[in-house]
Every structure is written in C-alpha cells, then in structure tokens.
Design a protein around this ligand. Structure first.
Ligand SMILES: Nc1ncnc2c1ncn2[C@@H]1O[C@H](COP(=O)(O)OP(=O)(O)OP(=O)(O)O)[C@@H](O)[C@H]1O
Ligand SMILES: [Mg+2]
Length: 379
C-alpha cells in the first residue's frame, strides 16, 4: 500500500483529508458565486489543505478556474507581481505547455518591449522579468480579469501566506493598489488566507485599512472530534492495527483536536505497534512523551527570546488562568510585575502568536502541545 497512514507538516488530500464538509461547502459557494473570502486560523489547522481540497473539487468544472499561489517567498511588491502573473498564466493555460503562449498574448500587449529568454530555467519570475519599468501594477493586477474575459470563465485566485503582504516595504501603498484594482473586477475573485493571526487581523480587521470588509471572513476552527476518531480508527485498521474509539478520543483530547498534532500523535502511537496489536493507554502516554520530545527544540527556540516576565505570564496561562491577571494574588503568585506591565506582556505575546484571546477577552495559549510542555516543565 503506498498510502501513508498519517501525515503532518504538509497540506493533506484524499486519503489523509477528513471532515470540513461545512467549510468546503461554504468555500465552494463563494468560489462559484465570485465572493471574496478571507480565511484565518492558527498555524497548522488546515487552511492550505482546505483550499487545495476545494480547488481539486472545482478543477473539473468547465467555467471556473482556481489559481493557487503561495506568497511566502515574496519580499517586495514586484516579486509578488511576478509570482502572481506566473501563477495566473501557468494555471489558466488550457494545456501545461501553453503558458508561454499566454504570456506572449497577454503580456506582450501590455508591454511590447517584453522579451523572453527560453533557455532560462531558473524559475518563472526571471523569465517574466516584470519590473516597474516594464509594467504598471495595474496591468499585472488585471491580467487574470483579462484572461477570464477572453476565455469566458470565472477565475478565483487563492493566495496563501497572505500575511506576507503586511511585511512588504511600503505595504500600505501596495494594499491600497491591490484593493482598488481588485474591487472593480467582475470575473475574478479572491481567497486570501494565512497564519500569524495578528498580521492577518491587521490587514483585514482595522477600519482604516484598505482590505477592511473585503469579503466573507471565515475563522477556520478545529475538525470535529467525531471525524478525527473515525479517521484514526479506520487508518489503524487499514494497516491491521487496532485502537478503540475511546483511546482515539483521548488522543484527540490531549492535543485539543489541533489538526497537525492529532496526526502526529496518532502516527507516534501507530508506529509503536506491530501488526495485529491493539494500542494501550500506556503506549499513548509514551507517544505523548515522544511528541513533546519531537517538538522540544522548536519550543525552546520560541521561549528563548522571551523575558522573564513574559515566561511568567505564559506559565500563569498554562496553569489555567485566563483572565484577572491584574489581581494582586495572581500577579504575586506568578511574579507579573505592575498592572500596567500586564497589558504590555499580553500585547507582546499576542504579537508573537503564542497566546490568543477567545470569547470575552479570555487568554489562551495558541498551541496545546506548547501548553503541555510548559506544564511539564513547571512540575
Ligand atoms: N482536513 C484535514 N484532514 C486531516 N488532517 C488535516 C486536515 N487539515 C489539516 N490537517 C493536518 O494538519 C496539518 C497542517 O495542515 P495545513 O498545512 O493545511 O495547515 P495550515 O493551516 O495551512 O498550516 P500553516 O499555518 O502552517 O500554513 C496537515 O499536515 C495535517 O496533518
Ligand atoms: Mg498553510
């Protein structure tokens, strides 16, 4: 069998993709109706997997093309334009080899001086060579709309790691440009998603920012525990190993149903068993230790730059305090400094994505395994 039982760390599909029926439906509806979508979640919950899943489902449709683009490596405005044009040209071409023709057809008309160097195989951006001298931002940003009109199709452009937009030099100007061009397009819509919640929020949730109220905002939550239990039990069974539904549920609870950790912990438990064996609680405990070990280096790296006060604040939350940090007993028990200090601590840790607010201003650690790790180190 060439299927892998459990996958974590990269986007998943098919055999390794579970749940998300409601979100899939909502995205499908938005994509087919041309409604812009913004997708926000903590890291490793499943944004990329979900969007690619919907893209796969729509790939067989005749009148809609879904383009996927990862913005992570784009460090300047024009690097983004090159990546965007490349993705649009390649993925809207009717055959794999046709994108060069498309490039000539759609970009030459924009810039007659544009030349290609076919021998360059170091990547698309080099061969496209879009610069402020050759193209205005508008021309590039309207490329998809032109192709859509010409081919009589609707195009959805999905941009992953979109928080990167906020990190570009002169970001606000770029954001204004994008928004003002995109909002006039009729055949092209956008699905913008990324992690680092505070960066995404800065782009989409501040009233005075260009992308405020750009589209349907979706907070991607956890996958239902029922779905996870089905997934774990059946994937054990497929390899002639056993786990009870109860134990699978316990596994989910330990990692708070956090997508990548469910798969990682399930894998660590699964790999401890020989064929024909059934998983035990004792083995699950050992697998949890493995999980903490596997993530230790990462967590150490996360806490290394923190101040003593920031660490104390994290410990207070890990010990189950979620509000009233200004009160004397909590401040003294965890040594949090003055009440004014609390606000600073909170803002700094939210900025680092280590904590998040839920409900009415309650503070939680974003990562359940990081929480477990902190708790164990405190004992
Ligand atoms: N629908 C799903 N079914 C099963 N596992 C999933 C699903 N979605 C996510 N996962 C698990 O979570 C991991 C991370 O998924 P993915 O890369 O899609 O998340 P992400 O939110 O895009 O992460 P990042 O914030 O790092 O970009 C996957 O490797 C997989 O283990
Ligand atoms: Mg992702």
């Amino acid at each position: 069998m060439d299927k892998r039982s459990f996958i974590f760390g990269t986007a998943v599909s098919d055999y390794n993709f579970i749940g998300r029926e409601k979100e899939t439906q909502r995205l499908m509806a938005n994509f087919t109706e041309g409604i812009n979508t913004i997708l926000i979640s903590p890291r490793r919950i499943g944004k990329t997997s979900l969007v690619k899943h919907v893209k796969n489902l729509l790939d067989s449709e005749q009148d809609i093309i879904v383009v996927y683009l990862d913005m992570f490596a784009c460090k300047t405005e024009y690097e983004f334009y090159n990546a965007l044009s490349a993705a649009v040209l390649k993925q809207t071409a009717s055959h794999a080899e046709k994108w060069m023709e498309y490039a000539k057809e759609f970009l030459v008309r924009l810039t007659p001086k544009l030349t290609f160097s076919p021998e360059a195989n170091t990547g698309f951006s080099l061969s496209l060579g879009i610069t402020p001298k050759t193209h205005t931002p508008d021309e590039v940003l309207n490329l998809a709309e032109e192709i859509a009109r010409k081919r009589n199709k609707r195009i959805v452009i999905c941009i992953d790691e979109f928080q990167q937009l906020g990190e570009l030099p002169d970001s606000l100007t770029v954001q204004k440009r994008l928004r003002s061009t995109w909002q006039h397009q009729q055949l092209t819509s956008y699905c913008l998603f990324g992690s680092k919640q505070h960066l995404m929020s800065n782009i989409f949730q501040l009233r005075n920012m260009p992308f405020y109220q750009f589209g349907d905002m979706i907070y991607l939550g956890k996958i239902d525990k029922e779905d996870w239990v089905d997934y774990i039990v059946s994937h054990f069974k497929d390899r002639n190993k056993n786990i009870t539904r109860d134990l699978a549920e316990r596994l989910c609870n330990i990692v708070d149903s956090y997508s990548s950790y469910v798969q990682q912990l399930a894998w660590l438990l699964f790999s401890r068993l020989n064929e024909g064996m059934s998983a035990t609680e004792a083995q699950l405990d050992l697998a949890v230790n493995d999980l903490l070990d596997a993530n230790e280096a990462l967590f150490m790296q996360q806490v290394e730059p923190l101040s003593a006060y920031q660490m104390n604040f994290l410990r207070a939350i890990a010990m189950g305090h979620h509000h009233r940090f200004g009160e004397k007993e909590i401040r003294e028990e965890f040594n949090l400094g003055s009440p004014a200090n609390i606000t600073r601590l909170k803002n700094a840790l939210i900025k680092k994505d280590l904590i998040e607010t839920q409900g009415r201003g309650l503070l939680y650690l974003t990562d359940p395994v990081f929480r477990l790790w902190l708790q164990r180190r405190m004992m």
